[in-house]
Ligand binder design. Structure first.
Ligand code: HSE
Length: 428
């Protein structure tokens, strides 16, 4: 066997502690798979006393010194956030060490800098755990599908919001009630904003779109809407038309004047219950990929949690260790296509709109005119009468999102419309 491959682990929280545990428990197997002994060189933590399960000789409060140690070959970054993670990863790369990270926020904000540094240093930067936890997804996109032409990647990539929406669908609960339940069960953080407002899913969408379309995509390129405004009425309305509400990360290659472009967005949407993503419930994640030759593919599993995320980290660790032993890094960033980002307003979407109206002659004409004035075509219309009032439920054909939003604004101003009770995009 070759000389030992030494690993520094930065961060020992929910994921890091499992990485450390599994490196110890599976040392012999991992070493056999790599072809060299895999050894822990050290674990950087903030409060060593809290980590009673880790050999105290391995613990340090100085992550930079650990990264720069001459005997460290590989660095696992599971601290999260932008700093100090970025400085530590760049330092590791500058010292010629390959890096495995689960840091979606950093990759989505400044992946270009990290990738450029890794390329210049001839080392690996692997990040399978950054999107959808345990699900093998980034490697299939980057390697298995490298010979195909991807059209669309649509995913449920946030377990917390999927749990909340699943409960709203199953019980008829409102958002706040379902969030309280998710918090009590430990699915939602004390500050649930990163999940509920779609920031977590948007970072993952940026990473997925970049890989799928060989284009640099940052979190700022992603149109983002969370689930805090999804009401029990929206969910009931979805049910009435055989659909369910999911927070989707949608990455699409779209035709645009002058050539193709990329549309990346995160928002709640109604999808038919027959769609494969509709059956993905509770805190599970799933990603549906549409490729020209492969057709439709679905990736499903646990998107969060210590052992599932550690599984993805360890898979990357074995890969980068093997590459190091072979003396050649694996595939790096592929951004050659450099497609422009399509603004949300120009992206074609379809809306479900439910409104309370007066039930008398001329109302439908006034409502239909609002749609026609923005060039929006109605696909289906359902009316439920209630005395001199009625509820109109309309689903549109696809139209530019800005035209649909302008239509809704105009509907709200109509005298005959007593209230627009539900507006949501429809997918699938
Ligand atoms: N907070 C995320 C989720 C997991 O709820 O899915 C980490 O990305």
């Amino acid at each position: 066997m070759s000389a030992a491959m030494k690993v520094a682990v930065l961060g020992c929280g929910v994921v890091g502690s499992q990485v450390v545990r599994l490196i110890g428990k599976q040392a012999a197997e991992l070493s056999a798979r790599i072809g060299a002994p895999l050894e822990l060189a050290g674990v950087a933590v903030r409060r060593p006393k809290r980590h009673v399960d880790v050999d105290p000789a391995l613990l340090t409060t100085d992550p930079m010194a650990l990264v720069e140690r001459r005997d460290v070959d590989l660095v696992v970054e599971v601290i999260g956030g932008i700093e100090p993670a970025r400085s530590l990863i760049l330092a590791a790369i500058a010292c010629g060490k390959s890096v495995v990270t689960a840091n979606k926020a950093l990759l989505a904000e400044d992946g270009a800098t990290l990738h450029a540094a890794a390329r210049a240093a001839g080392v690996d930067l692997y990040y399978e755990a950054s999107v959808a936890g345990a699900i093998p997804l980034l490697r299939p996109l980057r390697e298995s599908l490298a010979g195909d032409h991807l059209r669309r990647v649509v995913g449920i990539v946030n377990g917390t919001t999927n749990y909340i929406l699943s409960r709203m669908d199953a019980t008829g609960a409102g958002f706040s009630e379902a969030l309280e339940e998710a918090t009590a069960l430990g699915y939602a953080e004390a500050d649930p904003s990163a999940d509920v407002d779609g920031f977590d899913a948007a970072a993952k969408a940026a990473i997925l779109a970049g890989l799928a379309f060989h284009t640099r995509v940052t979190a700022a390129d992603v149109h983002r809407e969370g689930i805090a405004d999804v009401t029990a009425a929206d969910v009931a309305s979805a049910k009435a038309m055989g659909s369910t509400v999911k927070l989707l990360a949608i990455c699409e290659r779209v035709s645009a004047p002058g050539g193709d472009a990329v549309s990346v967005r995160v928002h709640p949407a109604m999808i038919p219950r027959t769609h494969p993503l509709a059956g993905v419930n509770d805190a599970f994640n799933a990603v549906f990929v549409e490729a020209e030759s492969a057709g439709e593919l679905m990736f499903y599993g646990r998107g969060a949690g210590g052992p599932p995320t550690a599984s993805a980290v360890l898979g990357d660790l074995v890969a980068v260790a093997r590459n190091r032993l072979a003396g050649a890094p694996g595939p790096g960033e592929s951004a050659y296509a450099d497609l422009p980002i399509r603004p949300m307003g120009l992206t074609d979407t379809s809306y479900h709109i439910s409104m309370d109206v007066a039930d008398r002659a001329g109302v439908l004409a006034a409502v239909a005119t609002a749609f026609a004035e923005h060039g929006v075509s109605i696909s289906t219309l359902r009316q439920e009468g209630r005395g001199d009032q009625a509820t109109l439920v309309m689903v549109t054909h696809v139209a530019p999102d800005s035209a649909l939003a302008a239509t809704v604004d105009d509907l709200r101003k109509l005298d005959v419309v007593r209230g627009v009770t539900s507006v949501m995009r429809v997918e699938g």
